[in-house]
Design a protein around this ligand. Structure first.
Ligand code: FAD
Ligand code: EGO
Length: 472
C-alpha cells in the first residue's frame, strides 16, 4: 500500500528559516500554514531585535535560489564583502581577500531578507500566514497546536499532518521535545555579550570606511566587526564579556575604553552617538544549542536555530538554517514525501553536520579570543594561504570550505583534521632536516676522520628519524 501522504503543514515561526521552509513546502504542493508570534514586520516602522545585517554565503544562497529570490536578495540588495579588513590598534588596516577567484560573502539586511521571503510565501496560493500567533503548547505526535492570538487574546487550537518548528534559539517546539525519552540536549551560554552600534554615512552620503569589506578589529578578549548597510551606514557589533560591559558605566569610562581599544572607531561613530547608543542599549547574550534527533515520528521536526543555535563567530547560523531546508527538500524527493522514512533520514543526515558547525563556531570564538595575538596563529593562517596557492583546488583553508562550498560541515572538519596531520608531519620532517643540516656543517668544521665517521652515523640516524617522523 502506498504511504498516506501528508497534506497540511504547519510551520511555526516566520523568521529567516520558517519563511523559506514554508515556500519550499508550498512548492511541493502541501497546504501550508505559517504561524508567527510577531505582527507583520512589513507594516512596522521599526523592528526590534538582534543583528541588523548578516553575512550571506553559498549555503544560504542555495536555499534562496530554490524558491527564486536569490537574485533579488543577493545581487540586487546584498553588498559584496570581498575581503576582510583588519584594523590594528594603531589605526593601520590591512586587507586579506577571501578568494582569488573573486568569491565573496554578502552583507544583507535581516529585515529585508525576512520581508522578501514573507512576500514570496504569500505568492503561493497554498500558503496562509497567521501573524500575532504565539505557540503555547503542542502535541508532537498528533500534530496538535494551541496558539494565543496576541491581538485579540483568544486561544486558537489547530492540527496539521506535519508540524515544522522554526521558532528560533528559544524554541517552544523543542521545549516539548525535551520532555520525551531519547531526546538529547545540550546548551551553553558564553561569557560574552554583544551590542550593535552604528557608523552613520558621511555628511555627503558616502560610506565612512571602504565598503566591500568585512571590517574586523581583533583584540583578543574584545572583538568588533562592521558590516555595510544599503543606506551607506555600518552596523558595528561589539563582542565582549558581560563582566566588562558591566564596568563601563559612565561616558568617561566608555570613551577611555574605546580610546584604548578602538581609537580609530571613535570619530567614525562620533562621540555623542557612541555614548547615546551604548547607554540606550543592553548587551545581549549568545547561546549554543545541540540536540538530537530533530524529529518525532512522522509528525514533527525542528529546523534552523530551534535545532542548532550557534554563537555567531563563523557567520553561518542563517546559512546553515537555510541549508537545512535544502537538505529536507532533497530527502523528501528521495523518499517520495513518505514522512515516516524522510524525517528519521533527515535527523540522521543533518545532525552530524549541524553539530559540526556549532562546534566550529564555538572553536572560532575560542580561537579569536585566545589566539589572535599568538604568532603561531598568524603563521598557520599564512601557511594555509600559501598552500592553497601552490596546491590550487587541493588545499583549501577551513574558512573557505565552510563559507564558499556546500561540502558537508562534518567533512570540512575531517579535511581540516587531515590538513593538521600533514602540517604536523611536514614540520617534524623539516625540523629533523634542520638538525641534519646543522650536523653537516659541524662535520665540515671538524675535519678529523674520527669525527667524520661520527658525523656519518649522525646523518644516518637523522635520516632514519626523518623517515619515522613522516610515517608517525
Ligand atoms: P529566528 O530568525 O530567530 O526566527 C524565529 C521566528 O520564530 C521569529 O520570527 C520569532 O518571532 C518566531 N517565534 C519564536 N517563538 C515563537 C512562538 N512560540 N510562536 C510563534 N512564533 C515564534 N547567521 C549568518 O548566517 N550570518 C551572520 O552573519 C550572522 N550573524 C549573526 C549575528 C548575531 C549577533 C546573531 C545573534 C546571530 C547571527 N546569525 C548569523 C545567526 C542568525 O541570526 C540565525 O541563525 C537565524 O536568524 C536563524 O533563523 P531562524 O528562522 O531559525 O530563527
Ligand atoms: C583575525 C581575523 C583573526 C563573526 C579573522 C581571526 C569569522 C572568522 C564574528 C567575524 C570571518 C562572517 C565574523 C573570518 C579571524 C562573519 C568571520 C574569520 C568576526 C566575528 C564573521 C575571516 C559575520 C577568523 N564571517 N566571519 O577569516 O575573515 O576568521 F570577526 Cl568577531
Amino acid at each position: 500500500m502506498a504511504p498516506k501522504k501528508a497534506k497540511t503543514v504547519a510551520v511555526v515561526g516566520a523568521g529567516l528559516v520558517g519563511t523559506l521552509e514554508a515556500c519550499m513546502m508550498a512548492k511541493r504542493g502541501y497546504e501550508v500554514h505559517l504561524y508567527e508570534y510577531r505582527q507583520d514586520i512589513r507594516q512596522m516602522e521599526h523592528v526590534p531585535g538582534r543583528s541588523i545585517n548578516l553575512a550571506m554565503s553559498v549555503r544560504g544562497r542555495t536555499g534562496l535560489g530554490a524558491v527564486g529570490v536569490e537574485e533579488q536578495i543577493v545581487q540586487r540588495h546584498g553588498i559584496a564583502m570581498k575581503a576582510r579588513m583588519i584594523h590594528s590598534l594603531d589605526g593601520t588596516t590591512k586587507s586579506i581577500p577571501y578568494n582569488r577567484e573573486g568569491k565573496c560573502i554578502f552583507s544583507v539586511g535581516r529585515r529585508f531578507v525576512n520581508e522578501v521571503l514573507l512576500t514570496r510565501a504569500e505568492d503561493f496560493p497554498n500558503v496562509t500566514i497567521h501573524f500575532n500567533h504565539k505557540l503555547e503548547a503542542c502535541d508532537l505526535e498528533r500534530g496538535e497546536m494551541t496558539f494565543t492570538n496576541t491581538a485579540t487574546g483568544e486561544r486558537v487550537s489547530t492540527r496539521a499532518d506535519l508540524m515544522i518548528g522554526c521558532d528560533g534559539a528559544y524554541s517552544n517546539v523543542r521545549k516539548q521535545m525535551l520532555k520525551r525519552a531519547h531526546f538529547n540536549y545540550k546548551q551553553e551560554y558564553i561569557p560574552h555579550g554583544y551590542m550593535e552600534l552604528c557608523i552613520p554615512a558621511t555628511p555627503d552620503g558616502e560610506f565612512a570606511m571602504p565598503p566591500n569589506y568585512l571590517h574586523i578589529w581583533p583584540r583578543g578578549n574584545y572583538m568588533m566587526i562592521a558590516l555595510p548597510n544599503q543606506d551607506r551606514s555600518w552596523t558595528v557589533t561589539l563582542f565582549m564579556p558581560f563582566e566588562i560591559f558591566g564596568t563601563l558605566t559612565t561616558p568617561e569610562e566608555l570613551l577611555s575604553f574605546f580610546q584604548t581599544n578602538y581609537p580609530d572607531a571613535i570619530p567614525l561613530i562620533g562621540r555623542e552617538k557612541l555614548i547615546n547608543d551604548f547607554f540606550s542599549n543592553k548587551p545581549l547574550p549568545m547561546i549554543s544549542v545541540k540536540c538530537s534527533p530533530y524529529h518525532v515520528g512522522n509528525t514533527s521536526v525542528i529546523m534552523g536555530d530551534a535545532a542548532h543555535a550557534m554563537v555567531p563567530f563563523y557567520g553561518q547560523g542563517m546559512n546553515c538554517g537555510m541549508e537545512d531546508c535544502v537538505v529536507l527538500n532533497e530527502i523528501l524527493d528521495q523518499y517520495g514525501d513518505d514522512l515516516t522514512k524522510a524525517l528519521p533520514a533527515y535527523s540522521k543526515r543533518r545532525n552530524p553536520d549541524a553539530e559540526a558547525i556549532v562546534d566550529l563556531a564555538m572553536y572560532n570564538y575560542v580561537e579569536m579570543r585566545d589566539l589572535v595575538n599568538s604568532p603561531f596563529f598568524l603563521l598557520r593562517k599564512k601557511l594555509d594561504d600559501f598552500l592553497s596557492i601552490i596546491l590550487p583546488g587541493r588545499w583549501q583553508p577551513l574558512y573557505t570550505m565552510v563559507t564558499f562550498s556546500r561540502r558537508p560541515y562534518s567533512s570540512c572538519i575531517a579535511n581540516k583534521t587531515w590538513q593538521d596531520k600533514v602540517i604536523m608531519r611536514v614540520s617534524r620532517v623539516a625540523g629533523v632536516a634542520c638538525v641534519a643540516a646543522l650536523a653537516r656543517v659541524a662535520l665540515q668544521a671538524v675535519r678529523e676522520p674520527a669525527a667524520q665517521q661520527a658525523g656519518r652515523d649522525a646523518l644516518m640516524w637523522v635520516s632514519q628519524a626523518a623517515s619515522r617522523a613522516w610515517q608517525g
